[in-house]
Design a binder for this molecule. Sequence first.
Ligand code: FDA
Length: 502
Amino acid sequence: SYPPSAMPAAAPAKGDFLACLTKSIPPRLLYARSSPAYGSIWASTVRNLKFDSDKTAKPLYIITPTEPAHIQATVACGRKHGMRVRVRSGGHDYEGLSYRSTKPETFAVVDMSLLRKVSLDGKAATAWVDSGAQLGDIYYALGKWAPKLGFPAGVCATIGVGGHFSGGGFGMMLRKHGLAVDNVVDAKVVDANGNLLDRKTMGEDYFWAIRGGGGESFGIVVSWQLKLVPVPPKVTVLQMPRSVKDGAIDLIVKWQQVAPSLPEDLMIRILAMGGTAIFEGLFLGTCKDLLPLMASRFPELGVKQGDCKEMSWVQSVAFIPMGDKATMKDLLNRTSNIRSFGKYKSDYVKDPIAKPVWEKIYAWLAKPGAGIMIMDPYGAKISAIPDRATPFPHRQGMLFNIQYVTYWSGEAAGAAPTQWSRDMYAFMEPYVTKNPRQAYVNYRDLDLGVNQVVNDISTYESGKVWGEKYFSFNFERLARIKAKVDPTDYFRNEQTIPPLFK
Ligand code: FDA
């Protein structure tokens, strides 16, 4: 961020861009800073309130396309008149890169929220989904029209399809069905020349890159074709808090060994906070089948009949993030999420962490400004897919992912949680993956590094610093594909894949 005085004025020279747009896009879909609705449209999906501020570098224009041709025209006009575009689907980016810049810059935002159709083909068990849909739109459509089918994606209904799939996307079925993008079979994308491509016309390299190589870098994905997965008539949800006083640390020590090797139908994650660990599970089956499994594999957790909540799969996707009052209809609510100020980081763990270290971790979780740790076990399907099959490299041998979540209300309250987040991350270094220390691109963290732009191109060397953390050995291939599909680096933000030409 920078002071408002340093913000680019509504540059008259860019009027050509607007004039160009109006030849192909109805004016009611275009917002300049002077438009009365500009402020509310811009803020509509700002999820991290840190960026809902006068100090934020905002776009000159917002375009809300209702058809792919509008996106093609925006890219063509942008290229012609020197206006970069950032694309926003659900606006959940932790660093707000879909709607703001960290430095003074003129840009426009393509806001996909009006492009949100979900078209199911129940017989073929496939669906076409627009990027502006939220995950809840997919889940709701499945629950209503094809209750025997599900889709493995994120836990929160308001997450946008466009950004989530661009970074991989995982939720409570990751052990059975892998990432969201492991189940994407086709896509439509507008490239840097304004062409609308599908899997056949973009080619396999390009298609590989957009399934997890991070948002913004390769063009604007308009829609995705999904392979839907079968779900049983009943699933079982567990939510079991255990306090440190009552042995939570011993349970976590055991969990790290057990959770990644359980049968693929069972996922048990941990939310660690204060003096508590909540063991949250989804079993793709009934309580009757779950109880003997838990008794043999993880008896220490002590799961009993009364701990089981049986429901349909679609009820579980509402219940897990929103609680027992949530109904299927809540999956369609675009404002259901509490918005707060936040800072987020992530890690991957390959070797079990020793009990004395967990004791220290809980001491950290009791410090001022402490956040929570969400730990998702891997193993089974997500780890069985080869590390190079998609850009997402965190698969074989990975025990679990950690997300460090800190949030607060009111700008003034941010210092302690932000400091805690950085200190906690520093403390964890010896216990997590190394060379590179891996991180999940959908948990965007600008502390990992940002691109340097030289001669109007993001440099490979600067991108490598953060890029190898998100993509490991797949980063170089992503950069070579970027050089082919967007050699002028038109689609860029602080953490887009830089082109590698050699
Ligand atoms: P947003 O619109 O901000 O876009 C994110 C990035 O993708 C930006 O760089 C943007 O430019 C780009 N982009 C957006 N649309 C695009 C398009 N159509 N084509 C090309 N690029 C595009 N993750 C997870 O895996 N599992 C989970 O359970 C959760 N849970 C969760 C809960 C909450 C409350 C938040 C805020 C976030 C998560 N996440 C998550 C992280 C989430 O997956 C991540 O923030 C996604 O990028 C969000 O996608 P949106 O479209 O909402 O974001």
